[in-house]
Design a protein around this ligand. Structure first.
Ligand SMILES: C[S@@+](CC[C@H](N)C(=O)[O-])C[C@H]1O[C@@H](n2cnc3c(N)ncnc32)[C@H](O)[C@@H]1O
Length: 404
């Protein structure tokens, strides 16, 4: 949280980043890289800017309601929103060059009105509130509130390079403070505002930035040195690199995806992390999968999903997504599960994971698969709820192939 208002130049940056997201429909990470690259901001100031942008996007409809504007008009009225945000958080107004003023009496009235609408207060669009209530029932309000909070910063220690105590000590020398995380052995929580990617520890591959909930996925894979493991939706390799560390560089780890640029990115990260047993392979057609039939001790399917468990980290998605996307994703997940499960060998494990909290993508998907595929049996499943852990929301299920 901020204890004093943004400077004029930081306010400008916040408005520019938000404008790129809200008026031009660009993803938040792209807006950050465009506006931050080459700026050499002090890490504290960068943290303050990202906090304000993140918080505004997490509760955009609330702040728009309070200052009585439409997000579509952000380009013209963004300064009013930023003034309103400061007032809402009991901060003085920032000193911007050009700025639309707010009527504080009106703001007080609208804040009181907003308090009577819990979904608005939690920054939740109507379609998402309807979906969450329908899918999660009584569990939804707590999840909805938890998704409106700022995410904590977690890293994963790369055990191919160092151990946790060595990492904590080296980070401290670079003015980064980190504490251990209850229940997730490989994770550290960063409690300072430091710019992690500028540290030598990062450049030397001693850690990866990865949410603690996400680290539980590779833990469920529980790969051992010498195994044959396939990460079939590997993307840029967040989970692959974690699995490589579990395998201590021994055995075969095949990272696959349908996007070559992600696999290229993965290769760069694997090199930095000294994850030498990772091989990448593009999925060009169903033949790529067929050739690997009954070949793997472990197959991880970290499938494309709605990402509704990671909205605190990707708050811009709330305002870009539509409910129509979900059934399309559910169908794709079903196809991937059915087809890619063929790669698991007898007695091997299939691990299905999403960064969603919605049963439709999770336990319902797995239940249907098991019904149609009695040669697999459920070992266990885990629901990582945002409100329970403070981590991102994930789901994972472990299934064993009992016959060919
Ligand atoms: C949730 S993301 C994976 C994130 C990644 N495992 C990580 O930890 O960083 C899902 C991935 O599935 C990929 N994907 C989409 N359709 C696919 C398909 N039919 N087969 C395999 N991967 C697919 C996407 O390109 C995306 O990288």
């Amino acid at each position: 949280m901020l204890t004093y208002p943004l400077s004029g130049s930081s306010s400008e940056l916040v408005l520019n980043v938000l404008s790129m997201v809200l008026s031009q429909g660009k993803p938040l990470d792209r807006a950050y890289s465009q506006h931050f690259s080459g700026l050499k901001l002090a890490s504290d100031e960068q943290a303050r800017i990202t906090f304000v942008v993140g918080d505004i996007l997490r509760r955009l409809n609330l702040y728009c309601y309070v200052v009585d504007i439409e997000a579509e008009n952000f380009e013209r009225v963004g300064s009013k929103l930023l003034n309103g945000w400061h007032y809402f958080h009991q901060l003085d107004f920032p000193k911007m060059k050009y700025s639309l003023q707010v009527d504080t009496k009106e703001l007080d009235e609208r804040i009181e009105q907003a308090k009577t609408h819990p979904a608005l207060w939690d920054g939740c669009p109507q379609w998402l509130d309807d979906l969450g209530a329908q899918q999660l029932g009584g569990k939804w309000p707590a999840e909805r509130s938890a998704l409106a909070l700022a995410p904590k910063r977690f890293i994963r220690v790369n055990e191919l390079k160092c151990d946790k105590q060595q990492l904590i000590a080296r980070l401290a020398k670079e003015s980064v403070t980190a504490i251990e995380v209850n229940g997730v052995e490989s994770a550290l929580e960063i409690t300072s505002n430091s710019a992690l990617f500028r540290t030598d520890c990062f450049k030397d591959g001693w850690f990866e930035q990865q949410d603690a909930g996400s680290q539980l996925v590779a833990n469920a894979v529980n790969a051992k040195p010498g195994m044959r493991v396939i990460d079939a939706c590997a993307g840029a390799g967040g989970k692959t690199l974690h699995i490589a560390a579990q395998m201590q560089g021994k055995g075969r780890l095949l990272a696959m995806d349908v996007e070559q640029w992600k696999l290229d990115n993965l290769k760069t990260r694997a090199k930095r992390a000294a994850a030498h047993n990772v091989e990448t392979r593009i999925i060009a057609s169903s033949k790529t999968i067929k050739r690997l039939k009954l070949s793997a001790d472990r197959v991880l399917l970290d499938v494309p999903c709605s990402g509704l468990g990671v909205l605190k980290r990707n708050p811009d998605a709330k305002w870009r997504d539509t409910p129509e996307r979900l059934p399309v994703l559910v169908e794709l997940q079903k196809t991937i599960l059915q087809s890619y499960s063929r790669m698991v060998k007898v007695d091997g494990m299939l691990i299905y994971a999403t960064c969603s909290i919605m049963p439709q993508e999770n336990s319902e998907q797995v239940a249907r698969f098991l019904k149609e595929n009695p040669h697999f049996t459920l070992v266990d499943e885990e629901h990582i709820y945002v409100a329970d852990h403070g981590f991102d929301g994930f789901y994972l299920a472990r299934m064993r192939r009992i016959e060919a």
